[in-house]
Design a protein around this ligand. Structure first.
Ligand SMILES: [Zn+2]
Length: 141
């Protein structure tokens, strides 16, 4: 399953990921609406990508494609008036998402914080923020 990719290059003023090393395949996939994680031969699954497996130390754990669905493990509502890139969406929500495949990642959750709950199902979508990267953003699913 692929997520939708919205082009936010003109309006995004937040941090822009710079693909390097182990994260290059990850960010390339985001441009196609694919969320990748690493699945090591030892069974460990991890996100974001790293050059080594955090469980066994193996180099360059292979990538696998996530279904892009998960649940909210925890979240926090950020009240940062004037923060570049979030001016029109204060407060915004950042959360830890447990993907169906197991890895947990931190991401923006594009949802009304009044209606968000721990354990709520979410699905990935992508905001393209540069030539090289689309950031994963989760929406209630
Ligand atoms: Zn491993």
């Amino acid at each position: 399953m692929s997520g939708r990719v919205e082009d936010r290059r003109d309006e995004w003023e937040g941090p822009v990921p710079v693909p390097t090393g182990a994260t290059v395949p990850f960010w390339e996939a985001t441009l196609e609406g694919e969320l990748l994680y690493q699945e090591c031969d030892c069974g460990n699954r991890q996100l974001y990508p790293r050059a080594v497996c955090t469980a066994c130390g193996a180099e360059d754990p292979p990538f696998a494609a996530s279904e892009g669905v998960g649940t909210v493990y925890t979240y926090t509502v950020c009240h940062v008036p004037g923060e570049p890139g979030f001016a029109d969406r204060t407060p915004y929500v950042v959360g830890a998402i447990d993907l169906a495949e197991g890895p947990r990642l931190l991401a923006v959750i594009d949802a009304d914080p009044e209606r968000l709950e721990i354990g709520a199902p979410v699905a990935v979508t992508f905001w393209r923020v540069s030539e090289d990267a689309a950031i994963p953003v989760f929406v209630p699913g």
